[in-house]
Design a protein around this ligand. Structure first.
Ligand code: ADP
Ligand code: MG
Length: 352
């Protein structure tokens, strides 16, 4: 199989093994409705003519704002390759290219976004939320073990394999993902204001802990149906994030165990080094209450379940499995820079 090399830039992956096919997609697939859309991508459902199998085709534009961004799209493809063995990340089936787009042919996640469960009148039960958060953490933990950070974890990028019954999660959208520890400065990272971590606003290095902040935001949203930092406008939202202005007095928390609030509080802390890692989170007692998730394996002994403080964040001392604890700090002091004044134009996202 041909191995392609594209120019490597700070944190971007450059090696791809997937052949990029050039035959027209519609010769092999029935392309049906649009299922999602972002700034530079359209996602369409398609059915393979030969097999009847369903896929999601993500058409990603190669030119953006007059700039050739093919390398950025190939980076997204390369991250999906790295994550191939991760069952919590959407599977890459094939890649195509036409004049305007690179098309990532992905496993179809039929259950839609968990965002729908954050804005629904009927919120999920605590047991269901615990199961989804555990799965998200499993995916993030494996991703972090490969030194890759997602940097855009939000309810719109966490999909479900089925809706009824509620399926398993699949993490998508690796356009902003970066490999940590690589040489070079990372520019033009884009995030969504209400999900962005304080270190991104404060010009501080991005670490795996940045993703854990987002897990805290997602958990809050699944429980309350509200976004914890969303303000009247973007400036208010940024202020709420940088002051970690979170309301834990919401009625919705009263239907959860107290451990749920403890879990979120541990993640939504300003200093990244004080946040638990994904592996630490997987040991949090909230995720191991058998009364919430009867299908879970038995709890570890009580003596090992008590949270213990240690410098660098709260950790929980036992793991149900063999979970590795990895934290990675970007070496570059000027890793990612955020400028408020650059953001005047962007309606939804911020330029960093
Ligand atoms: P963008 O980079 O534009 O945000 P995403 O990869 O997040 O693109 O895809 C946009 C939306 O398309 C997602 O939020 C989701 O609703 C839908 N989508 C993406 N991938 C899939 C998939 N594999 N299966 C089903 N829906 C998908
Ligand atoms: Mg997205």
């Amino acid at each position: 199989m041909a191995r392609r090399r594209v120019e490597g830039r700070g944190g971007l992956l450059a090696d791809i093994q997937t052949p990029i096919l050039t035959e027209p997609l519609d010769s092999l697939f029935h392309i049906t409705g649009e299922i999602g859309r972002g700034k530079f991508a359209v996602v369409k459902k398609c059915v393979e003519k030969a097999t009847g199998k369903e896929f999601a085709a993500k058409f990603v534009r190669k030119r953006r704002r007059g700039r050739d961004c093919r390398a950025d799209v190939l980076h997204e493809l390369a991250v999906l390759e790295v994550a191939r063995c991760n069952p919590r990340i959407v599977d890459l089936h094939a890649a195509y290219e036409n004049e305007h787009d690179i098309v990532l042919l992905l496993e179809y996640a039929a259950g839609g976004e968990i965002f729908d469960h954050c804005v629904s009148d009927e919120l999920l039960s605590e047991g269901q939320i615990v199961r989804l958060i555990r799965q998200i953490l499993e995916g993030v933990n494996l991703l972090h073990q490969t030194n890759v950070v997602h940097l855009d974890l939000k309810p719109q990028n966490i999909l479900l394999t089925s809706l009824n019954p509620l399926g398993d999660i699949k993490i998508v959208d690796f356009g902003l993902a970066r490999r940590l520890g690589s040489v070079g400065e990372l520019r033009e990272i884009v995030g969504t204001p209400e999900y962005v971590a304080p270190e991104i606003l404060n010009y501080e290095p991005i670490t795996t802990a940045t993703d854990l902040w987002s897990v805290g935001v997602i958990t809050y949203m699944l429980i309350t149906g509200e976004s914890p930092f969303a303000g009247e406008d973007k400036q208010q939202t940024f202020l709420n994030v940088s002051q970690v202005n979170v309301d834990y007095g919401k009625e919705a928390f009263s239907r959860m165990s107290e451990l749920a609030v403890h879990f979120i509080r541990e993640l939504l802390v300003k200093a990244p080094e004080d946040r638990p890692s994904a592996a630490d989170c997987l040991r949090h007692p909230w995720l191991w209450q058998q009364c919430l998730s009867p299908e879970l394996p038995p709890l570890p002994p009580v003596s090992q379940r008590v949270p213990r403080e240690r410098s660098g964040g709260a950790k929980w001392s036992s793991a149900p499995g063999d979970l590795e604890d990895k934290e990675n700090i970007l070496d570059s002091p000027q890793s990612k820079r955020f400028r408020f004044e650059d953001d005047a134009q962007a309606p939804r996202d911020i330029n960093i």
